[in-house]
Design a protein. Structure first.
Length: 342
């Protein structure tokens, strides 16, 4: 008898390459306690936005011409819908022209959930924006207040309602570990996420970056970041739930820009955080399925493509598996399924 299990991630292939245009702090009406967009994006604050965007789009056209690839186009690092409406239209018009020319086939951007009104939605629908990523951070109003986000859960729900009514796809960005954010708060964030069912999600655990208000709080012992172990545990359990709900997890942790890494003062930073979390989630999922059986498996075939994820970082989980199945009876397979023989 065999137990055959697939990898729980319903999106084994990552989405197409996105050509990112970073606009740090652009459109932002305030600075949140954790925010250092210039460090996390590796891009300084933009002066003349139109000129900068025009140059970036020209680079994209040249790159497409050289390699023949079609990209998605994303605007990140600021509050896109916080820009002047005419500037939003100017940018989206040029993005749409690239779509007509076959240079891109996808348009997305990130923004705050309290900076979208009906006029924004109408514009986004007119230019066929494919995905609006909302920097939710948390659904806990107390956490949002402490982080100086400037909105409540009601504002989030209002914006999601506007986007759904217009038939626009939306994604969430969560930031666990903010001031006052507990594991219970994160479970609450996941519960809301599963209810509202965004198309995509990114999870960026809160880091203490230099030259932020959070850094001052950290130095004054007014804020304690989550540990790496706590973060892996929380995100790992959350990832299993997100996989089960078929929500596409685009990223776990910030991109390791040089400017970011050199300015991290504290927090759950690891250059392979995504791998650590996925490995925890995969092992949790497989062990939970095996626990439903009355007997231990005698042999196992592990797909080669997932073997590193299965044994974990520095072979963390291999010793646990060999307590269940003799090492000599664990083989790597060419297929995509995990096979446990009884």
């Amino acid at each position: 008898m065999e137990l055959i299990l697939s990898h729980p991630d319903p999106f084994p292939k990552r989405d197409k390459s996105i050509w990112p245009i970073f606009l740090p702090f652009a459109g932002c009406k305030q600075r949140c306690v954790f925010c250092a967009q210039d460090l996390s994006t590796g891009q300084a604050k933009v002066g003349e936005i139109k000129l900068f965007v025009q140059n970036e789009l020209q680079k994209l056209k040249l790159m497409t011409r050289e390699n023949g690839r079609v990209y998605g186009l994303g605007f990140f690092g600021g509050t896109f819908t916080g820009l002047d409406l005419s500037l939003q239209a100017w940018i989206l018009e040029r993005a749409s022209q690239l779509r007509w020319q076959g240079v891109i086939d996808f348009i997305c951007f990130s923004t705050r959930p309290d900076r979208i009104e009906q006029e924004n939605v109408a514009l986004l629908k007119e230019y066929q924006v494919d995905l609006v990523e909302l920097g939710i951070q948390s659904f806990n109003s107390g956490v949002l207040l402490k982080s100086k986000r400037g909105y409540t859960v009601e504002a989030i729900l209002k914006t999601v309602g506007l986007l759904k009514q217009a038939g626009l796809n939306y994604g969430f960005q969560l930031l666990p570990g903010l001031p006052g954010h507990s594991l219970e708060s994160f479970w609450e964030d996941l519960r809301w996420t599963l209810i509202l069912r965004p198309k995509t999600i990114r999870i960026y655990p809160c880091l203490v970056l230099d030259n932020t208000l959070l850094a001052r709080w950290y130095h004054n012992q007014e804020y304690t970041p989550w540990s790496l172990d706590k973060t892996i545990y929380a995100l790992g359990l959350g990832l299993v739930k997100l996989w089960s709900a078929r929500i596409n997890v685009l990223r776990l942790g910030l991109t390791p820009e040089k400017s970011l890494v050199s300015n991290i003062l504290a927090g759950p930073w690891h250059p392979s955080l995504g791998f650590l979390v996925r490995s925890f989630a995969l092992n949790y999922y497989l062990r939970s399925k095996l626990s439903l059986r009355s007997r231990l498996p005698k042999r196992a075939i592990i797909p080669k493509r997932y073997y590193a994820e299965w044994i974990g970082y520095k072979r963390k989980f291999l010793s646990e598996w060999t307590k269940l199945i003799p090492l000599a009876q664990i083989k790597q397979g060419e297929g995509k399924d995990f096979i446990f023989a009884y």
